[in-house]
Design a protein. Sequence first.
Length: 206
Amino acid sequence: MNPYHKVSPWPDTKFFTSFADYNEEEDSKMKTMVAFLGRSNSGKSSLLNAISNQKSLAKVSKTPGKTKLINVFKTDREFYMIDLPGFGYSKASHKEHKDMMKLIDTFLNVSKNLKILCILCDSQRPFPDEEMQMVEVCFTKKIIPVVVRTKADKLNQSDLVQSRRNMEKAMNEIGSPFPVYYVSTTSGKGMLELKTFLLGKLNIQM
C-alpha cells in the first residue's frame, strides 16, 4: 500500500511559515491548530506527509534533529498543522536541546488556539517520561493529547500486546485516559483511524 495515496481525505495543505521564536502576535495570526511533537527519530516528518497525502510536505532527513524551528502548514479548511522541533537526538549539543525545549515550552504556553497535540513515540521503545509529561501538560492546558506510536509495522503481535499494556499503565499513572494510535507510514496501518479522529475533533467535514 502506498501510504501517500488518498485512501482517506485530508484538506489540501501547504507550507505557510517558520518561527525561530514564538509570541502572542504570531499566535493571533492563526486559528485552530493541531501540533506534532516527538523525538528526532520518531518519524514525525513521515507522519506529516502521510497525513496530508503528500510525499514532501515535510522534509524527511537521513540525519535526525534537522527540525529546529516551528514549521507551520496551512490547510484550505483554515486550520494549521504545527511541526514542533524534534528533541532528544544524541548528537545535539546540550545547548541545542535546551533551546529546542525552550521553543516548544514557549509555544505551548503562548498558544491560545492549539486544540490537539499529537505526541509521537517510536512503538519499539518504552514510552518516555518526557512524553508522559507532555500528556500531563495537555490535560492542564485543556489541550487534547493524542499519543501516536509510530513504526508499528516493526512490532510482532506479542510486542504490540505488551506495548498496549504499557500504555494502559501510563494512563492509570496519570489518572485519565487518552487516545493512543499505532501507525505505520510504510504500510498505512492506523492512518485512516488517526486522520478520522483528528478531523472529527476539529469538526472538519470532508
